[in-house]
Design a protein around this ligand. Sequence first.
Ligand SMILES: Cc1ncc(COP(=O)(O)O)c(C=O)c1O
Length: 412
Amino acid sequence: MSIFEQRESNIRAYGRMYPAVFSTAKNARQMDDQGREYIDFFAGAGVLNFGHNNPRMKRAMIEYLEQDGVLHSLDMQTTAKAKFMQRFTDVILAPRNMPHRMQFMGPTGTNAVEAAMKLARRATGRHDIVAFCHGFHGMTLGALAATANQYFRGAAGVPLLHVQHAEFGCPQTLQELASRYRDPSSGVTPPAAFLLEVIQAEGGVNVADAAWLRELAALAKAVGSVLIVDEIQVGCGRTGSYFSFDGMGIEPDIICLAKGIGGVGTPMAMNLVHPELDRHWSPGEHTGTFRGQNLSFVAGAEALSYFQTHHFMDEVAEKALLAQQQLQPLLDADHSLQLRGKGLILGLDVGDGERAAAIVKRCFDEGLIIASCGTGGRVLKLIPPLTIPAEDLVEGLDILINSVRSVMEAAA
Ligand SMILES: Cc1ncc(COP(=O)(O)O)c(C=O)c1O
């Protein structure tokens, strides 16, 4: 028995799904300790947008370490943090005329969501938040209340209160909510916030359309609710633009970022907070020992250089098109399959969790790391590094297509 089987908590999940011991990794390929190579269509669930051990990011981190750069600093001011903040301002915020402040907190996504929910409640004096069916926002109790999945909610051990879940992407739901908020005798009052992912990643790669998003943003504004967009999995270039909502005509009050913002695998989370809301925080009111992740600032500053021109996003668009073209014959041959997504987050809905699990296993046996998501795990989620070479993308897709074919044929 391995040390993992002997000693690791029963909670381990991915280690069971991918029973290899990984040792090294480069861009979209991971190696195990037996020298076997895998193509990575999972990318740390959206962390490794710039590939494993991105050479530019790695070099910057090594230089910083060799200079004895400050590694831990709580939320003190450091040169690494200043460079990251300046570059984020220049490359992302200023071109979009976004006045948002950057709030750093504990370095995981759930920390960012907790902080956003707390601030929305503080600023509005309201308790309830509207999140959406199939949304995923993290595991700590506040964020878990907004996470829809029953399996995760069941582990809370206490009631998960003050969040209601509305139908995602449904115009009629918004109209019904609006009419209830307008009716002083409906018994329903407007929420502190609407919290959503523009593309529900864990929820099955469900894509909201721009018209629905604008309607939701207008409703939030009309009833004085904060609009929180959780960009933790689909931000940082994943969809072909830095934010998944770019060009859709909405202006979120709070944007939660994590995962790809550090981008190399060291953690960092950051909320972009509209100054009107930010003034409701008092110094040090929402702390976190690890909110000054200097190595992540160094890597994150380097990651931002990918967005200084349009080339990187053009490449993502080309690869997204290539992926869709490669998958099209599979979809044409089997109309029960559905492909959803945008940019380099694609979801292949095979209609059944057991079938999807069999495909994940077969892919792994053939050298492809891919995960499933959605209700019962019925959707195969393709989120390769954005830097994946076209050849690796095609090779990985070939493995996926063959695996889907053989599992679907066996099930027919
Ligand atoms: C959209 C979204 N929000 C929040 C989280 C939670 O992030 P973390 O696992 O870093 O706490 C995730 C993680 O997958 C996510 O996909």
